[in-house]
Write a protein that binds this ligand. Structure first.
Ligand SMILES: NC(=O)c1ccc[n+]([C@@H]2O[C@H](COP(=O)([O-])OP(=O)(O)OC[C@H]3O[C@@H](n4cnc5c(N)ncnc54)[C@H](O)[C@@H]3O)[C@@H](O)[C@H]2O)c1
Length: 179
């Protein structure tokens, strides 16, 4: 992330990061705040994400905590409404919430499968859709950032990208899920 951001200033930008209570999401949120962005830290672990927000604020960063389960459409609607009410725009969206789960298929239950997929796939789909809608309604467009999984990071950039993005998810995100 340090290499990606370099010394670039993100002052005036608004970012949303899911899974921001720990790991990659926390590191990304802290780095964006350090670079001057206003950052909404979303996570289903509210006490933990609130502590991260307090730590960002304690060093002068601008951050809010959103209790948000990425698999819940209602949580996305409420979270995005609050973010737009607070800051009036969205420039960057990072879908980092996820469950790391690895076990041999014979030892994996259907319950395990059903726990992981909604978070890792539905969560990214819902996050991307709500972020694109918020970016569009705030009067801009979007493009995708350089990321190993480009669906996980959205950066608001140019309105001409809008049409290209609209039809992509089901075709390109559904297929790799079973590759
Ligand atoms: N750490 C790595 O090296 C690495 C490498 C490649 C991919 N990944 C993937 O990236 C994702 C994040 O990895 P990490 O290391 O930061 O994990 P982590 O466990 O440290 O953090 C994940 C965060 O997501 C939150 N979360 C989980 N389910 C959620 C939900 N339904 N709604 C909202 N928040 C939820 C958790 O509370 C936690 O704070 C995982 O899917 C992981 O598999 C990690």
């Amino acid at each position: 992330m340090a290499n990606e951001l370099g010394n670039r200033s993100f002052a005036g930008k608004v970012a949303l990061v899911t899974g921001a209570a720990s790991g990659i999401g926390r590191a990304v949120a802290e780095r964006l705040a350090q670079a001057g962005a206003k950052v909404a830290l979303a996570d289903m672990d509210e006490p933990k994400v609130t502590r991260v927000v307090e730590s960002i604020r304690s060093v002068g960063g601008d951050a809010i905590a959103l209790r948000l389960d990425v698999t819940s459409e209602a949580d996305w609607t409420a979270g995005m409404d609050r973010l737009v009410r607070e800051w009036g725009r969205l420039d960057i969206s990072v879908n980092s919430a996820g469950i790391a789960f690895a076990s041999p298929i014979p030892e994996t239950s259907l319950a395990d499968w059903k726990r992981v997929l909604p978070t890792n796939l539905d969560g990214v789909f819902l996050g991307t859709r709500h972020a694109m809608t918020a970016m569009k309604n705030a009067g801009g467009g979007w493009g995708h950032g350089r990321s190993p999984r480009c669906s996980r990071v959205l950066i608001r950039r140019r309105s001409r990208r809008l049409h290209r993005w609209r039809s992509i998810p089901l075709r390109t995100w559904g297929k790799p899920g079973t590759r």
